[in-house]
Design a binder for this molecule. Sequence first.
Ligand SMILES: Nc1ncnc2c1ncn2[C@@H]1O[C@H](COP(=O)(O)OP(=O)(O)O)[C@@H](O)[C@H]1O
Ligand SMILES: [Mg+2]
Length: 629
Amino acid sequence: MRWTAFVQKRGVLNIASDKEIIVTNACYIGLGSIVLLPNACGGRSLISKGGRFPPNRVSAPFKRTDELRILLQTGRSYFVTAAMFSFAINLLYLAGPLYMLQVYDRVISSASEVTLVMLTIALLLAFMALAGLDAVRARVLTRASIRLDQRIATRVMTAIINRSASFGGARSQLLRDFDTFRQFITGMGIHAIFDLPWAPLYIAVIFALHPALGAFALGCSILLILMAFLNEWIVKPPLMESNEAASRNYSFTEMSLRNTEVVRAMGMTEGLLNRWGRDRNRMLERQVTASDRAATMQSVIRFLRLSMQSLILGLGAYLVIERLATVGAMFAASILLGRALQPVEQIVGSWRNLVSARGAFLRVRELLMANPQRETGLSLPRPHGRLLVEALTFVPPLSNKPILRGVAFGIEPGEVLGIIGPSGAGKSTLARHIVGVLTPSAGAVRLDGSDVSVWARTSLGQHLGYLPQDIELFADSIAANISRFQEGEDREAILAAQMAGVHDMIVRLPNGYDTQVGEGGAILSGGYRQRIALARAVYGNPSLVVLDEPSSNLDADGDAALTDCIMQLKQRGTTVVIISHRPSTIGVVDKILLLKDGVAEMFGPRAEVMSRLTRAVPVPVHAVQSTAS
Ligand SMILES: Nc1ncnc2c1ncn2[C@@H]1O[C@H](COP(=O)(O)OP(=O)(O)O)[C@@H](O)[C@H]1O
Ligand SMILES: [Mg+2]
């Protein structure tokens, strides 16, 4: 029984989704007493039965800390202050009922006008203090929100950038999520939450007036809180669904706007709108359900509160008739009860915001957990460029079909490796592992012995050059693109452009290096976009350059420039990994890796692999691995 559960969890773990790792962690904890089990289950025989791959025990982010909570705790002093203010505010609210008690039970019976004036002055002072404290509490919460933004927003943005390597979707949505949450903690809803804990104070005072009134008030509060839970139960599901649909809709909108040319050229607008409207209609439909339910609940709660406030007056009147309580107590109890129940009604009224804020909080928390902060303090020296790939396996999130399986090879500094293989073989995925934008499910990529997925991105990034298959240029000047947005000398950018053989073409442009390339490099032709991306990859003398199909858009000139660039890199001692099929490019590589279906079929010196390829004799994988080690 336990075994099945464990093996199933193993399968889940293989998905390598961070969410599921929690489950598996829980499983480890649950079975914690049986120390041998994880090892026993790690046996290959067991895993290969299901056709699954061993989970990574080296570099998967097993350790998940609730970073958002820790960050929020740094703003704790603000919330503690706000809570203290809430206490004072709620104490001061007692002035109203107290005044009423005194006026009815003392002033009127004794007909003392001086007492009335004194009491009134005291009351006004108390109310002024209350209003002041309320304003200060609002200010404290606003400051907390700003403080949190300063602490957390850049961290959230970093996590979004890191995450987008493996997921699609609306990336800016997550920053909006953070804003939703941040705005909520300064909105009116949060004030009600701060006031709610003081409701027992009012009920205690009502008890002091008369136990029967107190018991009635307690009963009313419990009933109203139960209604609030009922509200949560019936309103939350449609609200969540509506929010999810909205988020999908936004991400689809974002994507459509990036591809408007295709949409317009091929008359896709209508189809696109249909697809776009699907989530939008779903969002609206669920929103209507949620709003209807919320409105009903709010009316019911209002009815209850109004009735309760009057009923307690009735009960008070009865006690007055029976001479068990005073008229002042009767009125005071009614006011106190109204005050005790008000936060519940307010919270239910702003339930929508509460639910969105909570959803947003959870998403941001998940984001931060899944993308732990990389060590940034450590700045390692420039690596020599010895690249070692060890039993690299990658299973993308939410799937159990590995894209890379046990790929292993190694190259020395200054060597040029050509990766060949049919499309869909996993070449680009391998390239993305080598530059560390994807984290392996098992195995590791090491540059000079350091695991690239752990190495601080900023400190490693300057020693890496990467030309992705989908060239991503930024809507800025050519110089800014080549120099990776680094402030510095233009000389470096020009050197890089010369190396990529694109300098002459750039200076012929009207604005030269200051030419704005437009969204994604729109104003440049495909070949020039690729060559500028090549210049960006070789900028700043990197130790390792990874080029993913750099010649796909190049003409003969561009091809010659690329070959020339590779030769120069080689002379400099830069390690180069290049994915290409062009004979001219393959002609300059030292070693070749043939990738098929995510498996390294052949690896070795160029001549050897080429002759084997022409003879078409497959080489077993273990032979390939032993070459690497
Ligand atoms: N994030 C991902 N999630 C699921 N499948 C993916 C992901 N990235 C790539 N793939 C799949 O992995 C396979 C290899 O892709 P890729 O590395 O781009 O191949 P190549 O560059 O060799 O043409 C393809 O079948 C592709 O659909
Ligand atoms: Mg590819």
